[in-house]
Design a binder for this molecule. Structure first.
Ligand SMILES: [Zn+2]
Ligand SMILES: [Zn+2]
Length: 102
């Protein structure tokens, strides 16, 4: 058994709320609290050395798709990530109702 295609799947435990997250290769944030982690320089490359927790600060709607705006609590970088179907809609609604404070 050669695991050649295992690179995409990353299961992790959310550092913010402790939820067990089953990665599907696209997930880079916790579906329960939407916290992410600063691991990419370019989307998906996992080459960032910061590794700070990224707080969801707002939600934008772009062409009827939700985009979660994350801000790194360590270095302050702001990133936009497409929401995935497992993301907690309640959390997103709460975030989108929040005034933007970027
Ligand atoms: Zn979480
Ligand atoms: Zn960072």
């Amino acid at each position: 058994m050669v695991k050649r295609f295992s690179r995409c799947r990353e299961d992790f435990v959310c550092e913010h709320c402790g939820a067990q997250v089953i990665g599907d290769g696209y997930t880079n944030h916790c579906p329960s609290c939407l916290y992410s982690k600063h691991v990419d320089i370019q989307p998906g490359d996992r080459r960032e050395l910061c590794l700070g927790p990224m707080e969801p600060v707002s939600v934008e709607v772009s062409r009827e798709k939700y985009v979660v705006v994350h801000r790194c609590l360590k270095c302050g970088v702001v990133r936009r990530n497409k929401a995935v179907k497992d993301d907690d809609v309640e959390v997103m609604i709460r975030l989108s109702a929040r005034p933007r404070a970027l």
